[in-house]
Design a protein. Structure first.
Length: 125
């Protein structure tokens, strides 16, 4: 169930991101060295650029982990902050609509222009 407070209570698995960064750095270093030894400078540069991006991401993850529970909520902080003052939403009636051609414009030597629109049911008063 969505509460509408997801942006404020969103969590990121920073420790999982950290270990994925470690895994990526290992493979990026391996790829850079392997492609340099194989004489493929383009692929080595691509792996080197990936290595740089992963290292920057790892630095940001470590920074957020070190900043504490403000950025990495622990188990003692609830997952979803329930809104106690929330009122149930009114359900709107399903009103079917149809797609109609509103206007067609044809000029010689050009593609025809067709304007389409959604037309809903007439309101009862």
């Amino acid at each position: 169930m969505r509460t509408g407070s997801e942006p404020r209570t969103a969590r990121s698995a920073l420790r999982a991101r950290f270990w994925l960064c470690v895994w990526g750095v290992v493979w990026a270093i391996f790829g850079t060295v392997a492609f340099v030894l194989a004489g493929r400078p383009g692929w080595a540069a691509a792996c080197g650029a990936l290595w740089l991006v992963i290292t920057i991401d790892m630095a940001m993850v470590l920074r957020h982990i070190r900043q504490g529970p403000h950025y990495q909520p622990g188990r003692d902080i609830p997952r979803i902050a329930r809104l106690s003052t929330a009122t149930p939403r009114r359900r709107s009636r399903f009103e079917p609509c149809r797609l109609e051609v509103l206007r067609v414009r044809v000029e010689r030597g050009r593609q025809p222009e067709v304007a389409l629109g959604l037309v809903g049911p007439a309101r009862r008063s």
